[in-house]
Ligand binder design. Structure first.
Ligand SMILES: *Cc1c(COP(=O)(O)O)cnc(C)c1O
Length: 367
């Protein structure tokens, strides 16, 4: 038998933490939870996360593209799914046939959805999106009355059923003004004859911080993955030392060299680089967990590797290293985001495709 190949590192995904986070958010908000599993579940594996979230009580799944939504259906997930970003010539019939709710922001999209529904002979489930400040997707205030008027016409013909009116805030969290703009849009929709059963506006930060923005459903992304107070981190990114060198003071490390040792130290090489999700921008700030201590990454981060200054620690080949995790002392995703000058979302979704995801249920132990 051929033994399995070793990888440079692995992302261990604790599905028990996903379940715990769903319950924590549901209890804190008192509303239904949509588990947002776009971008392959923020890099954690969309199907595995979706299954764990639904089992823990999430009643909706959120996906950006049609491909992401259909991946969930192909895996046998039957929970309601909302997919919200489509080119105007999307194959809407496939989505309608798969019972996927469609976020709709423009009249052009609505016409295309209605045409697909008519061909299928089955009403499309749509959720109309209003823009309250992001200036991205969603109908702006000038276009909203026309969108809801067309939606009402299609609803009367039974080609479309409007299941929701929703938005996404620019504020972190949503501002009173954004919430008021959203409520105005709901009033306009009702005045046009719509009666959307589902209203939703909040992502994680808004859901947890602004009770009046919760409405009937909160769309939870980053909190699901355990970033935020009282939540359990889900992903541990770990690797092993692949080379060890004792070097004198004055030794250059990595390209440049931008870093020169100021004393004799032990250097530990990690087989992870920026292609694996270790951003170049963390240079000079990032630390890893090695030998029961935090040790700094030194020198420029390369595509495939980076160097850790282990000081006088007795490091051996193969020693385990945690880049971020949930254990005491281990760096967090939030810290990595600060070191890189970005948000935790980018750190998690940046973990590269050559890092295998290992799904397990419960605490992550290292050797
Ligand atoms: C990504 C996304 C979310 C989740 O946002 P978090 O800040 O990660 O909770 C919610 N709603 C929409 C429309 C999104 O695109």
């Amino acid at each position: 038998m051929i033994s399995p190949l070793k990888s440079a590192g692995e992302a261990v995904v604790d599905l028990a933490a996903v379940a715990a986070n769903v319950r924590t958010v549901a209890a804190a908000t008192g509303t239904a939870v949509m588990a947002v599993v776009k971008a392959d579940g923020f890099g954690h594996g969309a199907v595995a996360v979706a299954r764990a979230a639904v089992a823990a009580g999430a009643t909706w799944l959120g996906a950006t593209s049609a491909r992401e939504a259909l991946e969930l259906r192909a895996a046998g997930l039957t929970a309601p799914v909302l997919s919200w970003l489509h080119p105007p010539d999307e194959d809407f019939a496939r989505l309608i046939a798969a019972h996927v709710d469609l976020g709709v922001s423009t009249v052009a999209h609505l016409h295309a959805v209605a045409a697909a529904a008519r061909t299928l002979g089955r009403p499309a489930h749509v959720q109309l999106k209003v823009d309250i400040g992001l200036s991205r997707n969603g109908a702006g205030p000038d276009d909203w009355p026309e969108l809801v008027a067309w939606a009402h016409k299609y609803e009367t013909e039974e080609t479309v059923r409007v299941r929701g009116v929703w938005s996404h805030p620019a504020g972190e969290p949503a501002t009173d003004r954004e919430i008021a703009t959203y409520e105005d849009a709901v009033r306009v929709a009702r005045a046009a004859g719509l009666d959307p059963p589902l209203l939703h506006l909040a992502n994680s930060v808004t859901a947890l911080a602004v009770p009046r923005a919760r409405f009937g459903l909160c769309r939870i992304g980053i909190a699901l993955y355990g970033v935020g107070p009282g939540l359990r981190p889900v992903m541990t990114l770990r690797s092993r030392v692949v080379n060890v060198k004792r070097v004198p003071a004055g030794t250059g490390v990595s390209y440049g060299p931008d870093h020169v040792t100021d004393r004799p130290v032990t250097l530990a090489l990690l087989p992870l680089g920026y292609a694996d999700g270790v951003p170049r921008a963390v240079r000079g700030r990032a630390e890893v967990w090695l030998g029961g201590r935090r040790c700094p990454i030194v020198g420029r981060i390369a595509m495939d590797q980076c160097v850790v200054d282990a000081g006088d620690l007795p490091v051996r080949l193969g020693d385990p290293v945690v880049l971020f995790g949930a254990g005491p002392g281990e760096p967090t995703v939030d810290e990595w985001a600060r070191w890189a000058g970005t948000n935790p979302h980018e750190i998690l979704t940046g973990v590269g495709t050559r890092i295998p995801r290992l799904h397990q249920y419960g605490e992550v132990r290292h050797q």
